[in-house]
Design a protein around this ligand. Structure first.
Ligand code: FES
Length: 285
């Protein structure tokens, strides 16, 4: 489905092809609420980044949210780019180069009539403002943080996805690492690299999300684990390199203590499809 969007003042207009245009997922996190969800939540759609066309791009401003999770000493910058109109402040779309084939237009910016979602998913409820009421239907799903189900998977489950060239190409270029259940919640698992690669990959599952990194420490490139699948500290709070003790945040791979402080593990885009953990076939090459 082609989506046409614009800011309130009209300085920025855009269009993009979306195989997943149903506005079903309401995010109640403080970033969404403050930057574009005056009613307490915001809705992102899924679209094909290669098809995004923008007029008035000179008026677009990009914001990286500041994130501070429990246990973090300091806030850090989100890698996600939130695009706004620099004149009127309308939120337009989100892009994250960890998933370069995707772009997420905000439903609030879309002028095309969107199809009504038959059911909704309410996410990041742990961060909901107390005054916000969750108006949920009988089939709606609720999650304290991120759900396992992606936007594409929701559309597929309900038979609402539109086939796209992007999806077909993506599937051909991807590799199934393992089943999601092979990685215990709060645990980690290592994998060999693709054919021709000298480095492996590893996955960590935390708070309902899967994070995958190239198994090469930014200090001097050694693999991190001393024993198979031993990537985390005993409390399972951080990733540790056994060579010289560097510690990395699970959420973004940034080194917080050790000889490579401030550098980051190479993150691998990952998605969970039908209970399978899927990464680009080239990850680790
Ligand atoms: S190789 Fe990882 S800390 Fe030195």
């Amino acid at each position: 489905m082609r989506l046409e969007g614009s800011c309130q003042c009209g300085a920025v207009k855009f269009r993009v092809e979306s195989p997943h245009p149903y506005p079903y997922q309401r995010c109640y996190c403080s970033i969404c609420r403050k930057t574009q969800g005056g009613g307490g939540y915001a809705i992102n759609l899924g679209a094909d980044n290669a098809t995004l066309r923008v007029t008035g791009r000179q008026h677009v401003t990009v914001y990286h949210a500041r994130l501070k999770d429990p246990g973090d000493a300091r806030a850090h910058r989100s890698p996600a780019e939130r695009h706004f109109c620099g004149i009127c402040g309308s939120a337009l779309w989100l892009y994250d180069d960890r998933w370069p084939k995707l772009v997420h237009p905000f439903a609030s910016a879309i002028d095309t009539d969107l199809p009504a979602a038959p059911e909704s998913t309410h996410i990041m409820l742990a961060f909901k403002a107390p005054w916000v009421a969750v108006e949920a239907g009988p089939k709606d799903r609720r999650h304290q943080r991120y759900p396992e189900e992606s936007i594409a998977e929701w559309h597929a489950r309900l038979g609402l996805a539109e086939g796209s060239v992007m999806e077909q190409a993506t599937e051909a270029e991807e590799r199934i690492l393992c089943r999601l259940e092979d990685i215990p919640e709060g645990g980690a698992k290592g994998f060999p690299g693709p054919p021709g690669s000298f480095v492996g990959l590893f996955a960590v599952r935390k708070d309902g999300r899967v994070h995958v990194y190239v198994n090469s420490c930014p200090h001097i490139g050694l693999p991190l684990e001393p024993l198979p699948d031993r990537f985390l500290d005993p409390r399972k709070q951080v990733i540790i390199c056994s060579a010289h003790g560097a510690r990395f945040r699970i959420e973004d791979g940034v080194c917080v203590t050790g000889p490579c402080i401030g550098e980051a593990l190479e993150a691998v885009p990952v998605r969970v499809v039908d209970g399978q953990v899927v990464v680009p076939a080239s990850a680790g090459l």
